[in-house]
Design a protein around this ligand. Structure first.
Ligand code: GDP
Length: 387
């Protein structure tokens, strides 16, 4: 009987169940129509070779989708060894990044995000672009399922050689998912994708995260009466450079026009997401493709306008620095709360604060005094693992 065991290899992504190891003893126990070359040892099944750093860099730079996938898997790995290698690869590819247009798309489930991405992505590929589609779906770490990860979505786009679709990294905190997604975006740019579409369902903070990664951000909304509009948070409208009223087709067209007018009026009362770019509402249908070429023109105009005014580059610069600062915050947070001495004293100090014995300010001062960063850093943790 073949001996099946399960194991969790070090490349496994966080919180994933164990995978099955190879079948042991197959040569001794398998009978029947097995190739004699196999049992004689003449035939060696091909192993999935580990790619070297050079092979990864060259492969990604060549636009090899298989190697790009492998490089992204390395980025998503929680193994410190893989982390270091992924960072070296990324570092070498960095000069090839930054040239793509980064577009974020958010909206409630059912708004039509994936249908729009498929139609829009196909249109862009027809126009000669190379399109990468990424998603940020922090819910997957909570539900262990995924709102965005449905494999059947974007079927026609995923079959095109000019397109690359990668689901959200599984598991982890939003901070970890965000880092992996940002680095994945850079890998895709290095592989020659010139339009990056980043989709998120607006759950928790994920729309803010996507906003902090992209140049242009659009909110896909459904037609509906005033009641529905009230459900849209003003905050999310303030992140958007465009509001796309989707499903403007068939019987829904008239309602869509009314909805567009309502959003248009609302935009007068919000602060535009991008300096010098007034946010407007547009009609579109992912099914009839109505409004999609116009949407692309709007995005082109956005790029032209903000490039001329300097806002485009300023946003990219501040995104980079914000990203760095957020990572510093998170590393220091992890070091502090992961430190054995701090962990040991924390319950007592919490009690003292709750009992009114010391103030929170005093508590912080005491804890910080106890904290030795060099000692904390010695603990065998992957400091860069934010998930
Ligand atoms: P997501 O959850 O935002 O990604 O939404 P989906 O793209 O999965 O779309 C939800 C449903 O709306 C699907 O049944 C789509 O076929 C449908 N849908 C999406 N876009 C349109 C559109 O422009 N017109 C019409 N009539 N239906 C659409």
């Amino acid at each position: 009987m073949a001996n099946y065991t399960t194991t969790t290899p070090d490349w496994a992504v966080a919180n994933q169940s164990a995978v099955m190891s190879g079948i042991e003893g197959i040569k001794d126990t398998t009978v029947g129509n097995i190739n004699p070359a196999f049992t004689s040892g003449a035939f060696k099944p091909k192993r999935r070779m580990t790619l070297t750093e050079d092979e990864l860099v060259d492969g990604v730079a060549r636009g090899d989708r298989m190697i790009l996938s492998r490089a992204i898997t390395l980025i998503e790995s929680n193994s410190p060894k893989h982390f270091a290698k992924a960072q070296r690869v990324l570092q070498r590819l960095l000069p090839r990044t930054g040239h793509a247009l980064r577009i974020g798309i958010t909206g409630v489930p059912g708004a039509g995000k994936s249908t729009i991405i498929e139609a829009f992505g196909n249109m862009l590929c027809d126009d000669g672009h190379r399109v990468a589609v990424l998603s940020i779906d922090p819910t997957s770490s909570i539900t262990k399922g995924s709102i965005l990860g449905d494999k059947t979505r974007m079927g026609t786009l995923s079959r095109r050689s000019e397109a690359f679709i990668r689901p959200s990294p599984a598991g982890g905190t939003l901070g970890g998912v965000a880092r992996k997604s940002r680095e994945t975006m850079l890998m895709c740019e290095a592989a020659g994708y010139d339009v990056i579409l980043i989709e998120t369902v607006g759950v928790g903070q994920s729309e803010t995260t996507v906003r902090s990664m992209v140049d242009f951000f659009m909110l896909v909304v459904l037609t509906g009466a005033g009641d529905d509009l009230q459900g849209i948070k003003k905050g999310i409208m303030e992140l958007a450079d465009a509001i796309v009223v989707n499903k403007a087709d068939g019987d829904n067209l008239v309602r869509a026009k009314v909805t567009r007018g309502e959003y248009e009026r609302m935009t007068e009362f919000i602060r535009p997401a991008t300096e010098g770019w007034p946010t407007h509402a547009y009609l579109a249908s992912a099914v009839t493709k109505m409004g999609l070429p116009e949407l692309w023109q709007v995005i082109q105009l956005f790029k032209e306008t903000t490039t001329k005014s300097g806002v485009f580059q300023r946003r990219r610069d501040s995104q980079l620095l914000d990203w760095m600062h957020a990572m510093i915050d998170e590393h220091l947070h992890n070091l502090f709360f992961g430190d054995a001495v701090i962990m040991g004293r924390m319950p007592e100090i919490r009690e003292a604060v709750l009992g009114g014995v010391i103030s929170p300010t005093q508590a912080v001062a005491e804890l910080v005094k106890m904290f030795d960063i060099a000692r904390a850093a010695q603990k065998k943790v992957d400091l860069f693992e934010l998930s």
